[in-house]
Write a protein that binds this ligand. Structure first.
Ligand code: MSP
Length: 516
């Protein structure tokens, strides 16, 4: 068993509504990274789940005339159903209403209490249910109707006054600044990093961490009149899913997490509160938090009232599973805000999948079927062009590894599609269809070089498009146990004289109506 480990998490999703494309965007990006690491020899753990307590979920149940438990059971299942729909490889799915979680969240609370970082007082201030967040006066504005809202999100805030436990966050300012200094790779991207550091430098107030006006939450140990503030409860999921407070094998192997993938609006919770809680509890801190941007649709934020919500099922119905996974990551540089346009999606899928990779595999393999007795030929007397293309294919892994490690998923994909373009350029310049009439032996070499490059491409696209990568490798008769990245090298090149299967189109072209 490998001693290299990788633990990646999505945020846990609120269960006050159904999953949409924004949620899938985040989860698929984690799935791609998790699959990449598994194929690259890392023992990997990939966690997702649902955030089920708090006022927001409680109120949404009340609005639907359901009990909070009914509403959470229903919506949590809808998030869980994304696993087969998007072919997600998560190793676990945690719900914060599970006993294993509640027990762990309470244990974390007790640790903070033992450290002397919790005290009882009363809270008077502004609270936004939509964000489940407290705001200072200077973070608010009055809208045209005089409703007070938070600048950060536009969410309405209400005045709250109640008895509350507090976490002594104010005492963590210097230690947090020191922590960021010592861990320069903790916050990504750098724009979020600057924002977080200046927020902390601006001074931290103690944080209210319990509520008494409703009971839909994890009871505070020793004072069950209080439930924990939903964020302390929620953040604990990353450890409770590993068995915390028990020091299980899973916990010892995977904690601290390598990457918490989150949307940019919740980086503050992950980069300020979470390391402070962990340091206070004497636990190690995650290695990195990556705050990605938001996805809008045709220029507008997805919203039910605008009517532009793209459901996960719509994505699959329109494009098919693997093209849908591909397009989520390809539509814009990963991490930035990005706009989803159906027309751009169709154009990219046609250009890069159908005409790019699909056509390359189809052209090459059907020529082998027709002209080489279905057999991969020898690769001898290689020309400089042959060598150049092969070495570009073998070198691709190192480049993609660097980019994926830095969560520049789009850059990694660029490297892969450079090889696709180079191979399509090579097929055009070598013109094996012309060689058929003039130099059959050379034609066989060209097709064999191309098959080997297609094998490398089939291997490396597996994290992004697992089924399509698998189909390409099936056609080339690559055994199931030779599909990890250690096989992406000349030492494991396709054997000569293997007989391949007739190719089947891996990426169908989308027709114009699909762009409607
Ligand atoms: N429950 C908290 C997270 C707790 S993690 C310990 C939460 N849930 S959420 O359901 O509101 O959001 C979950 C994630 O989905 C966030 O990272 C958020 O940024 C992401 N997205 C929600 N809408 C989105 C888009 N339109 N685009 C991209 N991501 C978006 O916050």
């Amino acid at each position: 068993m490998s001693d290299k480990t990788f633990y990646i998490t999505t945020p846990i999703y609120y269960v006050n509504g159904d999953p949409h494309m924004g949620h899938v965007y985040c989860t698929v990006s984690c799935d791609v990274l998790a699959r990449f690491k598994r194929l690259d020899g890392f023992r990997t753990h990939f966690l997702t789940g649902t955030d089920e307590h708090g006022l927001k979920v409680y109120q949404s149940a009340r609005d639907k005339d359901m009990s909070p438990q009914e509403v959470t059971d229903l919506h949590s299942q809808n998030f869980r159903d994304l696993q087969p729909l998007f072919n997600l490889s998560n190793d676990d799915f945690i719900r914060t209403t599970e006993d294993r979680h509640k027990k762990g969240a309470q244990a974390l609370w007790s640790k903070l209490e033992e450290a002397g970082d919790i005290y009882l007082d009363s809270y008077a201030g502004w609270y936004a249910v939509r964000d489940e967040a407290y705001y200072n006066e200077d973070e608010l504005y009055d809208d045209e109707k005089g409703v007070k809202r938070a600048h950060a999100s536009g969410a309405e805030v209400k005045w709250v006054e109640e008895e509350s436990y507090f976490f002594k966050l104010s005492e963590w300012q210097d230690r947090l600044l020191e922590f960021y200094e010592q861990h320069p790779d903790f916050i990504h991207p750098s724009s979020s990093k600057n924002e977080i550091i200046s927020f902390v430098k601006g001074g931290l107030k103690d944080l209210s961490i319990s509520r008494t006006t409703f009971d839909w939450g994890v009871p505070v140990p020793g004072n069950e009149k209080h439930v924990m503030y939903v964020w302390i409860d929620a953040l604990a999921n990353y450890m409770t899913a590993l068995g915390y407070p028990e020091k299980t094998d899973l916990f010892n192997t995977f904690w601290p997490a390598d990457i918490h993938m989150v949307g940019k609006e919740i980086t503050r919770f992950h980069c300020v509160y979470w390391p402070a809680f962990l340091m206070s509890a004497g636990l190690s801190t995650p290695k990195a938090v990556f705050g990605h941007g938001w996805m809008t649709v045709e220029g507008e934020k997805m919203s039910k009232s605008v009517g532009n919500v793209i459901t996960p099922q719509t994505l699959i119905d329109r494009y098919g599973l693997d093209p849908a996974r591909f397009i989520l990551l390809r539509i814009a540089p990963f991490g930035n805000d990005c706009d989803f346009s159906h027309e751009t999606a169709v154009n990219l899928i046609n250009a890069e999948l159908a005409n790019g990779l699909g056509n390359l595999a189809q052209r090459t393999l059907s020529m082998i079927i027709k002209n080489c007795d279905e057999q991969i030929g020898a690769r001898d007397n290689l020309t400089l062009e042959d060598e150049a293309l092969l070495s570009q294919a073998y070198q691709m892994l190192e480049g993609v590894r660097v980019e994926f490690d830095a969560v520049r998923l789009h850059k990694g994909m660029e490297i892969i599609w450079k090889v696709v373009s180079a191979a399509n350029g090579y097929i055009d310049s070598q013109a094996p269809w012309a060689l058929k009439k003039t130099d059959i032996a050379r034609m066989k070499v060209v097709l064999s070089v191309l098959s080997e490059v297609i094998r490398c491409l089939g291997l490396i696209i597996q994290p992004i498009m697992p089924d399509s990568g698998g189909k390409i490798l099936d056609q080339l008769k690559v055994p199931e146990d030779q599909r990890s990245f250690e096989y992406l090298s000349p030492n494991h090149a396709l054997s000569e004289n293997i007989t391949i299967d007739p190719p089947q189109g891996v990426f169908p072209r989308l027709v114009e109506e699909d762009a409607a």
